[in-house]
Ligand binder design. Structure first.
Ligand code: ZN
Ligand code: ZN
Length: 745
């Protein structure tokens, strides 16, 4: 009997959209480098490490040659050792040398600090320096530690503006490690790219040229990401030599209940059925859901399906657990006391929860990298099972019908744009505060920074360069997760905690009064939106509805930057201004998406500048679609389905993208479709769409052709964020138009 028999009988029926088994792979190893310092080699030997995977040796060699390196091998392939090896070796060799490790979350920094402590390399003094570090310890860490673990926010606000305190550290800075680098994309990545440039500049001022060692999940553009983040070239190490156990992959589509409307059974119900089935067979299983509410429902449904004794071995896992609580769950899982855990994707980032038999992802988590990380929990050492249960979302359904696009075609790229003025200006101010900016800084901050300097208020030109003439440190006024300095703060009234920021241009549609707001998988209801104080007051919410804003959008073309003849029409990329007016919202049932109520809102219009890709179809491409409202409905449906599939090409969420379609646009004088970057200034998403237009349109045609619905459904042309609440959508018209475009390519 093969091990697959353990789940074979579960994976049957019409729901099984695809099944394949990735074969096991033997490790390709390399000896420990001959030049490795004995102290490090001995520490490795104590941990039972006597040889390396080939990619670890490759990364060590590339770092040894002095250049920057980015490692993008798979989940659990030993990426950590790939960058630790050259760093620890360097620290052992030179007792003055220092290293800085950057982690996107505190929890990840703690995990890394723990593994470094376990490795116990003599001479390596690692310490965490973040917002939780007690003030009295900070000075000691700055002087004592030669390996400091921190996060981008602390570097941005706490370290760089106070660089005098870090003079010795910066002077001796040899290595900067950026782990989980694919997380630094979009708005956050654009900011972090500037923070790293400021770090490079200060290091240079103190006489150091640190090497950057990055690690990322598998993405299409590792070299581009490294360059975008650091401003320098990097060697890409991507040939994964770690061993892999066999892994069975199942794509699971909840049954179609109403083909005409495209209505499917609940993904949560299917998840609980599979979870109960796997746990009932004694298989240790983790199930990832997008919200805490969903994770709790899956847990509850699964418990109902199992007898009491087995049901006790299921547990939900939440964001916000302390490291002790996390390790307790991990221990219970490893020891087999627990068999099933349901979780939001809080667990997704690197944190080790042991070797499980099966991983279920409920709904595509947004990027292939995230999905692979979730799946990577299962079958590290023995044959594992990985399942994706599709939601009704268009991208999920597309994957069910086109499995190779998910399993073989890695096209998604991590995109960011450090030069977006809305992002850059704050960092130019922060850099000027740190040290006067002169022409030489173009090499580290980038030439764009010098172009922006004269435009940043509170900077003065002096013989020493551009200096900060304001009062306190400007960095504190530059949030790393927003492109607008006047973002709204979201406050939980029950705890007083600040949950996050909502950019002004999106606050009216996401945290208006009565909106259901999702944070780390938890639901909150917005009690009040204070426009003066720029504050949304929310409270925990347990209801079973969500909200969708109704808004009116207009765009004006400010400046076309690239215009090309593509797919038989004129395709443009450029700067636009978008004006949105939220006029109301709908309450919709979580269970079936039905509308419970429509409530009007009175909010000011908001305008922001961003980047867009737009096209004007040629008359022959619209032949037969000219009548209204068919024309508008066809363009609108094309816009929605294009937006649904852009995340295949640019690593982003459909919520990062906006769109507008009109039968007559004032600037073009013709029917026009716009797809724009939802963040002020743009972070490169629309431009990626421009560059990949042919592939993007072809994917969209495949999506529309393959959807079994008759007239359009949530799995093709309907959008959960449509400002028109999905009115005026014609699937047939969109397919006709996009098909003609594709054929003229
Ligand atoms: Zn459909
Ligand atoms: Zn729409």
């Amino acid at each position: 009997m093969t091990s697959t028999a353990r789940w074979d009988d579960l994976l049957a029926g019409d729901e099984l959209a695809h099944l394949e088994t990735e074969p096991a792979r033997a490790a390709r190893t390399a000896p420990l480098p001959a030049g490795l310092r004995p102290a490090l080699a001995e520490a490795l030997a104590r941990r039972g490490i006597s040889e390396l995977y080939a990619h670890q040796a490759e990364s060590y060699a590339a770092a040894g040659a002095g250049g920057n390196v980015i490692v993008t091998t798979g989940t659990a392939s030993g990426k950590t050792l790939a960058f630790n090896l050259p760093v620890l070796d360097g620290l052992v060799a030179d007792r003055h040398a220092r290293a800085l490790y950057l982690y996107p979350t505190k929890a990840l920094a703690q995990d890394q600090a723990r593994s470094l402590a376990e490795l116990g390399v003599p001479g390596v003094r690692a310490a965490i320096y973040d917002g939780d570090t007690p003030t009295e310890q900070r000075r000691q860490i700055r002087g004592w530690a030669n390996l400091v673990l921190t996060n981008p926010d602390m570097l941005h606000i706490g370290v760089l503006p106070r660089h005098e305190l870090w003079g010795d550290f910066l002077h001796n800075l040899r290595f900067v490690v950026v782990d989980e680098a694919h997380v630094y994309r979009g708005v956050f990545g654009s900011h972090v790219a500037n923070v790293l440039r400021r770090l490079r500049r200060l290091a240079r001022i103190y006489g150091a040229e640190p090497q950057f060692l990055l690690a990322s999940a598998t993405i299409a553009n590792a070299d581009e990401l490294a360059r975008a983040l650091t401003g320098e070239e990097a060697t890409v190490v991507k040939d994964d030599a770690a061993p892999r156990a066999e892994r069975t992959i199942a794509l699971w589509n909840p049954p179609l209940l109403d083909a005409e409307l495209g209505l499917r059974a609940s993904a949560l119900g299917e998840a609980s059925r599979l979870l109960a089935g796997l746990v009932g067979r004694g298989l240790r299983t983790i199930c990832f859901a997008k919200s805490r509410k969903s994770a709790e429902l899956i847990h509850r449904f699964a418990v109902d399906r199992l007898e009491a004794k087995t049901a006790q071995r299921l547990a939900p896992y939440r964001a916000g657990y302390t490291p002790q609580q996390r390790r307790e769950i991990e221990r219970r899982l490893v020891e087999g006391e627990l068999l099933g855990v349901t979780s939001t994707d809080a667990l997704e980032l690197g944190i080790d929860i042991g070797d499980l038999d099966a991983a279920i992802s409920v709904g595509f988590p947004g990027t292939v990298a995230s999905l692979r990380q979730q799946w990577g929990r299962a079958g590290r050492r023995s044959h594992g099972l990985a399942i994706l249960i599709a939601s009704e979302d268009a991208l999920d359904q597309y994957f069910m019908r086109e499995p190779p696009t998910l399993l073989e075609r890695h096209v998604e790229a991590a995109i960011l744009d450090h030069a977006n003025p809305r992002v850059l200006d704050g960092h130019v101010a922060a850099a000027a505060f740190e040290a006067p900016i002169d022409a030489a800084d173009a090499a580290t901050l980038g030439p764009e920074a010098l172009e922006r300097a004269p435009l940043v208020p509170e900077l003065r030109h002096t013989p020493r360069g551009w200096v900060w003439a304001g009062k306190e440190s400007p960095a504190a006024r530059v949030p790393l997760r927003s492109t607008s300095p006047d973002a709204f703060v979201v406050v939980d009234a029950s705890s007083g905690d600040v949950l996050g920021l909502a950019e002004r241009e999106r606050a009216y549609s996401t945290v208006h009064e009565g909106a259901v707001y999702l944070h780390l998988g938890r639901q909150f209801l917005v009690r009040e939106l204070d426009l003066e104080a720029r504050r949304a007051v929310v409270e925990p919410f347990d209801g079973d509805w969500y909200t969708q804003a109704k808004k009116e959008t207009t765009t004006a073309i400010e400046e076309p930057l690239r215009v090309e003849r593509r797919l038989g029409l004129e395709l443009s990329f450029g700067r636009v201004s978008v004006t949105e007016q939220v006029v109301g919202y709908q309450k919709k049932a979580v269970a079936d998406g039905s509308t419970l109520a429509t409530i009007p809102l009175e909010l000011p219009a908001t305008t922001f500048d961003t980047e867009a890709v737009w096209f004007v179809p040629r008359p022959h491409q619209l032949d037969g679609l000219e009548a209204m409202p068919l024309l508008l409905s066809s363009l609108h449906a094309a816009e929605h389905s294009l937006i649904a599939l852009l995340p295949l090409w640019a690593m982003c969420d459909r919520w990062d993208i906006g769109g507008l379609s009109t039968n007559l646009h004032l600037d073009t004088g013709a029917p026009t479709v716009f797809v724009y970057d939802g963040h002020a200034g743009g972070v490169g998403i629309a431009e990626r769409g421009f560059e990949q237009f042919e592939g993007w349109v072809a994917d969209t045609v495949t999506l529309l052709e393959g959807c079994p619905c008759e007239r359009g459904c949530p799995s093709c042309v309907q959008s959960p964020k449509c400002g028109n609440l999905n009115e005026f959508l014609d699937k047939g018209g969109a397919l006709t138009l996009l098909g003609r475009m594709s054929n003229s390519g």
